[in-house]
Ligand binder design. Structure first.
Ligand code: FCB
Length: 466
């Protein structure tokens, strides 16, 4: 039996042309933070503020990818991936967030694109993976409307220079993290804890996305999309009304506050009502006439990043003043259930990926989907045989690729799967303590070692089948 997308669900094969990729982001791998005119981003500032990142580690050197990219591209070739998803560092390309592009920054990405082309690997470029130029944060950051306009101007300039060589453009990576971890929970840069600012940031990130998408469209960009981190949200005790309502709120703040304006052109009414005491997401002060039309500019694809499901309860004793990403939802908490988890403490829930893909497909009728990130952290070590025997990561990936295949077999138009990540790297507030790579990095020597999971993934990409 073949479904409309030409996929035969009776085998574990993937459709012809299915995109197999690996993903990284600029601040997590590049290092070279002072090279060639780059200025600080909010992540440089945050990481250099004592107490913000595990052991006060920073991305100053990271994987030194800025200098070692040829080796990293040949690792991608070893993995047999057809596509490489990476982000451009805004503070490298436009150090202050406005004005002309920095030629030396462009040269670096040109060299990287040349190297990818030589290896037959298609670039999948993200314009913003969290490294806002510090000068724009000093002027107010994402809570300020002008930041969205600066972002669109930057996107247009970059596309003018690199557009002919890059077929797939992603505006933002995970605006939920930028807005709610960065401005409400304060555990990501810029480390602010102001719920209203976080909601304003979310709106301006979406607006920046829409303005950038329009600018790129006008320039004839081939494919434009955005990447969201989505998760199914469940009530800890489904019989408890308070838990069910907490789960609704968390789903609203994590998934629907982004999906609805992007794909339906409106903020969800329940979320607007929930947030009414914090900020007016329904009124004209924040959301100007026409904003939602811009935000819902048609997309060519939607990127889905998936790691785990969320189990939510309504705590009995909301602690006023304690920073939380759940703005306007005092007492909403995530619950661990002691089930098998990765080194992040994230429950291993492959079914959640299947549910996420099918839900988005059925409820939103979106453009084609790509799993733009999925992966797992484990405490990997290079053993005396010179290998990294990361069977747990291999099993995690296998179960999630199978979940993707199941969604495909049920008619969901999912066209690709990218592993997070190519390399062990700077895992934000966890510094170098959490290893997500298919390739192990010794941060003392910068030596790269393909893990067993990477060897296994190379078999999958070449067979185009599980
Ligand atoms: C995602 C981020 C990515 C990485 C993974 C583990 O939220 O997009 O940069 O940190 O989580």
């Amino acid at each position: 039996m073949t479904n409309p997308h030409g996929h035969d669900p009776s085998t574990s094969r993937f459709p012809e042309g299915f995109v197999w990729g690996a993903a990284t982001s600029s601040y997590q791998i590049e290092g070279a933070v002072h090279a060639d005119g780059r200025l600080p981003s909010i992540w440089d500032t945050f990481a250099h503020t004592p107490g913000r990142v595990h052991r006060n580690q920073t991305g100053d050197l990271a994987d030194d990818h800025y200098h070692r990219y040829p080796e990293d591209v040949s690792l991608l070739a070893d993995l047999g991936v057809t596509h490489y998803r990476f982000s451009l560092a805004w503070p490298r390309l436009q150090p202050e967030g406005y004005g002309p592009l920095n030629g030396a920054g462009l040269d670096f990405y040109s060299r990287l694109l040349d190297s990818l082309r030589e290896h037959g690997i298609t670039p999948w470029v993200t314009l913003y993976h969290w490294d806002l130029p510090q000068s724009l944060e000093d002027a107010g950051g994402w809570p300020r409307r002008e930041t969205a306009e600066h972002f669109a101007a930057y996107a247009a300039l970059v596309h003018q220079r690199l557009g002919d060589r890059v077929p797939h453009w992603t505006t933002l990576n995970e605006p939920w993290c930028s807005a709610f971890l960065g401005y409400a929970a304060g555990i990501h840069a810029p480390g602010r804890t102001d719920g209203a600012a976080a909601v304003r940031a979310a709106h301006h990130l979406l607006l920046g996305h829409g303005l950038a998408a329009r600018a790129l469209r006008e320039q004839g960009a081939r494919e434009i999309g955005v990447t969201l981190n989505l998760a199914p949200v469940e009530a800890a005790e489904p019989d408890r009304a308070a838990d069910r309502d907490a789960a609704r709120r968390a789903d609203g703040l994590m998934n629907r506050i982004f999906l609805d304006p992007l794909l339906r052109g409106a903020y969800p009414a329940d979320v607007v009502a929930d947030l009414a005491d914090v900020v007016d997401l329904g009124g004209a002060g924040l959301v100007h006439d026409g904003d939602l039309d811009v935000i819902s500019t048609p997309l060519d694809f939607l990127g889905v990043n998936y790691y785990t499901r969320l189990v939510i309860r309504q705590g009995d004793d909301p602690k006023p003043g304690r920073p939380t990403p759940w703005v306007g939802a005092a007492g909403v908490e995530t619950v661990g259930r002691g089930l098998p988890a990765t080194a992040m403490g994230w429950e291993i829930a492959p079914d959640g990926l299947h549910r996420t893909l099918t839900r988005v497909w059925r409820e939103y009728g979106p453009p084609p989907l790509y799993v733009t990130e999925n992966g797992a952290a484990y405490d990997d070590e290079v053993t005396p045989d010179g290998r990294v025997h990361d069977e747990q990561r291999r099993a995690y990936l296998e179960s999630h690729i199978a979940a993707t295949h199941r969604a495909l077999a049920e008619g969901v138009d999912v066209r690709g799967y990218f592993v997070w990540s190519l390399l062990d790297n700077f895992e934000w507030a966890y510094g170098y303590a959490k290893r997500f790579g298919l390739v192990h990095v010794d941060f003392e020597t910068q030596r790269r070692t393909m893990k067993d999971s990477g060897r296994w993934f190379a078999e999958i990409t070449r067979a185009n089948a599980l």
